[in-house]
Write a protein that binds this ligand. Structure first.
Ligand code: ARG
Length: 461
């Protein structure tokens, strides 16, 4: 049978494989709320400009409300023959309310309809993800304040480099997440123009009011070019690219948690709620949630590249290729929603082993830079010379298998005669941390200020 919505010029229906490749109802039913919202706004506008009577509009409102209840209740008869959510809802509306339902598609095409629905869905998704991002930032900043003075090793090349505080490390991720939030906010602001009323590709001859529908749907303004509007999926790509970067950040934090929770590091213990056991090794506590968050970048970045590739080379205006826009976005949003929730749970529950972190913070001659800085400050050695002197002292300590602080004054003076006993004051982890007071540095006093600043700004967000 020919499609009831567009079958007028068709003698027979599509091949079954045609229906199968063509239909999007399997995934775009997710847009049903947005589709109903868009139709309500469109109908109100049609009534205002005289294309629908007040009675017809009231029928449409009632019919769409009933359809919403049917979908919610799981009793809506979704049909693959009706291709997508737009025609499923519209056909059902006509079935329920007759003539008025058939008038709803005046001055509208599925091309502006789907663009509108999808923008609304994407906007809601962005709002949800921004809320979750703020929640994770809050959890990180709370733990950072709690641990603003807790020493841990800072690494470069995964070699112990200089002591930092655990709070400082956590706040590094708050900075990343705040840039992620900025990208989401930016994507949202550019997304927020209404496609509704550009119709198939060229606009319409009906005296519609696009300002009105834009306003009803919470858009800042209508889009300005009908050809661009029906073909544009930048809003989806912007979200996917922002999420790719955010997923990369979460992947890095997840990797650190996996490392920290391993026995050789022993820096943190994950809660039972965020670990799994092994079916063979009774002692195991596996960080599966962290590993899965670490992995989600794979599918999210894949979703971005997938849609980017779909859009590449599409001529103006609409082409069915762009129906392939939805699944990557749905997939990435779901993956990010899960990742943010799991990461938030892990961070809240995480128990740092502060003794172990303190111990490793002092390993590997981590205060060697402090020693070199002392030589510059107290003896006015040029930094390069101080670096060389310190290198020799480290070599000496390494040979004797002792820490820098355990070298005797005499041993130190054999390398640099100007050294006196006050040098020992700068060789502890605590003194090193306390000295890093330059703006953005890891001194506990700085970290406390920064954590409090974040918590205050997140409160008002
Ligand atoms: N399901 C379609 C999509 O997602 C709706 C638009 C169809 N438009 C058309 N001219 N066939 O893009």
């Amino acid at each position: 049978l020919a499609n009831p919505q567009w079958g007028g010029r068709f003698a027979s229906g599509p091949a079954s494989i045609m229906s199968e490749i063509n239909a999007s109802i399997g995934f775009d039913k997710k847009l049903w709320r947005q589709d109903i919202r868009g139709s309500l706004a469109h109908a109100a506008m049609l009534q205002k400009v005289g294309l629908l009577t007040a009675e017809e509009e009231a029928d449409i409102q009632r019919g769409l409300a009933e359809i919403g209840r049917e979908i919610d209740a799981g009793t809506f008869p979704f049909s693959t023959a009706l291709e997508d959510i737009h025609m499923n809802i519209e056909a059902r509306l006509s079935e329920r309310i007759g003539e008025a339902g058939k008038r709803l598609h005046t001055a509208r095409s599925r091309n502006d309809q789907v663009a509108t629905d999808f923008r609304l869905w994407t906007r809601d998704a962005i709002d949800g993800l921004r809320g979750q991002t703020a929640a994770l930032m809050r959890s990180l900043a709370t733990r950072a304040l709690e641990h603003h003075a807790t020493p841990m090793p800072g690494f470069t090349h995964l070699q112990v480099a200089q002591p930092v505080t655990f709070g400082h490390h956590l706040l590094a991720y708050v900075e990343m997440l705040s840039r992620d939030d900025g990208r989401l906010e930016d994507a949202r602001s550019r997304l927020n123009e209404s496609p509704l009323g550009v119709a198939a590709l060229a606009g319409t001859s009906f005296p519609i009011d696009r300002e009105m529908t834009a306003k009803t749907l919470g858009f800042d303004r209508p889009t300005a070019n009908s050809l661009d509007t029906v073909s544009d999926r930048d809003f989806a790509l912007e979200l996917l690219s922002a999420l790719s970067i955010q997923a990369m950040h979460l992947s890095r934090l997840a990797e650190e948690i996996v490392n920290w929770a391993s026995a050789p590091f022993g820096f943190v213990r994950l809660s039972d709620a965020f670990t799994t056991g092994s079916s063979i090794m009774p002692q195991k506590r596996n960080p599966d949630a962290a590993e899965l968050v670490r992995a989600k970048i794979g599918r999210i970045a894949g979703d971005f590249i997938g849609l980017l590739t779909v859009m590449k080379g599409l001529p103006l205006a609409y082409a069915k290729d762009s129906q392939e826009d939805k699944e990557p976005v749905f997939d990435a949003v779901e993956a990010m929603t899960l990742s943010l929730a799991a990461m938030d749970g892990m961070i809240r529950d995480l128990q740092p082993n502060t003794e172990r972190m303190r111990e490793v913070a002092g390993m590997g001659f981590s205060t060697a830079t402090d020693l070199a800085d002392w030589l510059v400050r107290e003896l006015r050695l040029p930094f390069r010379t101080a670096h060389h002197v310190t290198g020799r002292l480290v070599g000496m300590a390494e040979e004797k298998k002792i820490d820098l602080a355990d070298l005797s004054l005499g041993e130190m003076q054999s390398v640099e005669p100007g050294i006196n006993a006050t040098i020992f004051d700068v060789l502890t982890v605590e003194s090193s941390l306390a000295s890093r007071t330059s703006f953005g540095g890891t001194a506990p006093s700085n970290v406390k200020t920064q954590a409090e600043r974040w918590l205050t700004s997140l409160e008002s967000a």
